[in-house]
Write a protein that binds this ligand. Structure first.
Ligand SMILES: NC(=O)c1ccc[n+]([C@@H]2O[C@H](COP(=O)([O-])OP(=O)(O)OC[C@H]3O[C@@H](n4cnc5c(N)ncnc54)[C@H](O)[C@@H]3O)[C@@H](O)[C@H]2O)c1
Length: 396
């Protein structure tokens, strides 16, 4: 695949390392950056034959097959519209838009232009997520009741993130977009998110946006998702998921405390992992960051799908749904009420009821709980269907 890369910053470089780092045939053929020196340096580092400070020029070259948007949030729409104009396949980093209105415009534009579109939500492509999600899909956890995702770190690295106008929001938008798509995937992307309750505050940073938030997202089938996000967390990048079902539980720790712990006095100290706050003392290095963060599997899905003429796992539509959930979170943080998720475009199921929580024991009883005691007796706690009385049966 011949790629035009828009943006030579933090994520542009992570993407480039993933795209070109593994004997890949995919090549970045043009790079756009705001500053000439950054474009030139990126072109030199990744052996990109063409660099420019004019966005359209990076897109509209005949050799470009797909455009990868790695730009600040306020520039996603402009870049997407240029891809539509020049009929170039487009993949864009998260969040899709600064809000659902922007995301919807982008979704409608790519569909009208008939171009391939992919949403680069890398955290649903991590090896751990893929395995966990397979287990959920295969029914290993039964009916999913609750899914929680947490992303917290000490704050982003570039000026524009901290400016609410350019970024579109604080940690809810920047990190919540990951958590919403992760939990939505566990619950089922065809299940409609219906309302959101969110607490948000600016506890530490001198900014207009929120630097810490916790939210609940209710789904039509009765499942609940939870996101915990912060730009004020100390100690590195904390990425964790928990899923609870009627038949099982999953705990995923993706970055800190992954089983790789190292102590160093700091002699010869080097880069440890994204957003690590220290390179001495006890550290939590990450074996293969590009893979652990899902970039490799993500680009594989994007380009394989393009070649096969099918949709990737994550499209602009998913980005739009995520933005809509986050818009409701912002409204709730202000109103302090459950706020509805407004989805003008919904392609999943509708009218999905809450599954029955009643488990049959016998003709007269529902099962509340079955247990083997430490003293060797087997117990059944039962509820009488007619009287509602709770009784206990013991077999020793
Ligand atoms: N895990 C992830 O998926 C992930 C991680 C980090 C960032 N991102 C997303 O990637 C996008 C870019 O973030 P980043 O961390 O690479 O930012 P960055 O500041 O490191 O890089 C942004 C790049 O955009 C270009 N640019 C063009 N016009 C600009 C302007 N007016 N102001 C600033 N930069 C301009 C520059 O080349 C700059 O290097 C954002 O949408 C962000 O949310 C995604």
């Amino acid at each position: 695949m011949n790629i035009a890369m828009l943006g030579s910053g933090f994520i542009g470089r992570f993407y480039a390392d993933s795209l070109q780092g593994y004997r890949s045939k995919d090549k970045i053929v043009t790079i756009y950056s705001r500053k000439e020196e950054s474009a030139k340096k990126f072109a030199h580092d990744y052996k990109v034959p063409y660099h420019t400070t004019v966005m359209e020029q990076a897109i509209n070259r005949p050799e470009v097959e797909v455009v990868c948007i790695s730009l600040p949030n306020n520039l996603h729409e402009e870049a997407v519209l240029l891809c539509c104009k020049h009929k170039k396949a487009v993949i864009t980093t998260k969040p899709l838009g600064r809000n659902a209105t922007e995301a919807k415009r982008m979704l409608e534009a790519v569909e009208k232009a008939g171009i391939f579109n992919g949403y680069l939500e890398d955290l649903v492509y991590t090896p751990k997520f893929i395995k966990a999600h397979e287990s959920v899909k295969n029914g290993a956890l039964g009916r999913i009741l609750w899914a929680k995702s947490r992303e917290t770190h000490p704050g982003p690295h570039s000026d524009w993130f901290w400016d609410i106008e350019q970024a579109g929001g604080g940690c809810i938008l920047d990190l919540g977009c990951h958590c919403v798509e992760i939990t939505r995937s566990y619950i089922g992307k065809d299940i409609k998110p219906i309302e959101v309750m969110c607490w948000a505050d600016t506890q530490v940073k001198p900014i207009d946006a929120e630097d810490h938030a916790i939210g609940l997202v209710k789904y039509e089938n009765g499942a609940i998702a939870q996101f915990e996000v912060s730009w004020t967390f100390r100690g590195g990048l904390d990425l964790r998921d928990e899923v609870m079902g009627t038949e099982g539980t999953i705990w995923v720790n993706s970055f800190l405390r992954t089983g790789f712990e190292m102590f160093t006095s700091g002699k010869g100290a080097d880069y440890v992992a994204e957003k690590a706050e220290s390179n001495s003392g006890w550290l939590f290095p990450v074996g293969d960051e590009l893979n652990e963060l899902g970039y490799n599997h993500m680009f594989m899905d994007m380009f394989d799908s393009m070649e096969k003429g099918k949709q990737p796992r994550e499209t602009f539509y998913d980005g739009y749904v995520v933005n809509s959930v986050l818009d409701a979170a912002y409204r709730s943080a202000k109103s302090k009420l459950w706020e509805p998720v407004k989805l003008d475009i919904w392609r999943g199921r509708t009218g999905v009821g809450k599954d029955s929580h009643l488990q049959e024991y016998d003709a007269d009883h529902y099962l509340v709980k079955e247990e083997m005691t430490h003293y060797g007796a087997k117990k059944w706690i039962l509820k009488n269907k007619k009287t509602g009385k709770i009784v206990e049966r013991v077999e020793s």
